[in-house]
Design a protein around this ligand. Structure first.
Ligand SMILES: [Zn+2]
Ligand SMILES: [Zn+2]
Length: 261
């Protein structure tokens, strides 16, 4: 949960989209927690994700499942690319262009440089905890396996599923930009800490809550709300319900709004 929320609340909602302002220590803590999720250093993660929003499902999107067309074979190949294959593509996203704000932030540069050490720590902690709690080799290795390797793999696949499945299957209650095929996929809502309300997110990227409709569980938004109550987060971009209604495909102002942003 710590590394997962580091990715969703820290890397994604705070650092990529600026959906709230965090106290400086909280900003660093979230960046450290997210780094321990093995998803790349914080600055590169933010740069890639901003590029995904800039070119969603068009040429230039680093991980669109539509890269190989919409035929059955192309779609399956595209899903594999969006899920995992894109990580091995020779397609660097320049941080100077997409994340100059983070490159100018000495604390974020330090966290980014510490990425390999934070990954090592992310595996060392469960190993040490297993040893401290059980005092046996079996306990140490099983803690390392479940709270280390399997925890990392599970989080990776949940994050990658937002990139792959949440652009192909699910519902699209809100209009997004042309070509953008982002979807809401409820079975992943809890596991992804609210990130699978991806159509809601693409319709209002800087909103702190992705589950824009009643009953859409969004644990990351709950954590941001808690931070706000504790006085650690301010200027939170909560949903503007008037704006949400205007994003519905049948709203009369739709054409004008889509031209707006
Ligand atoms: Zn997306
Ligand atoms: Zn985003």
């Amino acid at each position: 949960m710590v590394t997962g929320l580091g990715v969703t609340v820290g890397f994604h909602r705070l650092l990529t989209h600026g959906s709230f302002t965090a106290r400086p220590w909280l900003r660093v803590a979230l960046a450290i927690a997210g780094s321990m999720g093995f998803q790349g250093n914080v600055i590169d993660w933010v740069a890639v994700h901003r590029r995904h929003h800039a070119f969603t499902d068009r040429p230039g999107d680093p991980h669109s499942p539509y890269r190989y067309g919409t035929g059955l074979r192309g779609q399956l190949r595209g899903l594999a690319h969006a899920h995992l294959g894109w990580l091995f593509a020779d397609d660097r996203t320049p941080a100077e262009r997409y994340a100059p704000d983070l490159l100018a932030d000495p604390a974020m540069v330090r966290v980014a440089r510490a990425f390999p050490a934070l990954c090592a720590l992310s595996l060392a902690l469960p190993f040490l905890a297993g040893w401290a709690i059980t005092g046996t080799l079996y306990g140490t290795l099983t803690a390392f396996l479940w709270a280390g390797l399997i925890r990392v793999a599970l989080l990776q696949h949940v994050t990658w599923s937002v990139n792959s499945l949440c652009h192909v299957i699910g519902s699209r209650p809100f209009k997004t930009r042309r070509h953008d095929r982002s979807t809401n996929l409820w079975p992943l809502a809890l596991l992804s800490f609210g990130e699978s309300w991806h159509n809601g997110h693409h319709s209002q990227p800087s909103c702190a809550r992705h589950g824009l409709e009643r009953g859409q569980l969004d644990p990351s938004a709950g954590v941001i709300r808690l931070f706000e109550r504790l006085g650690w987060a301010s200027d939170v971009h909560w949903p503007d319900y008037e704006r949400i209604q205007r994003r519905r495909p049948d709203h009369p102002q739709q054409a004008r709004v889509l031209g707006g942003d």
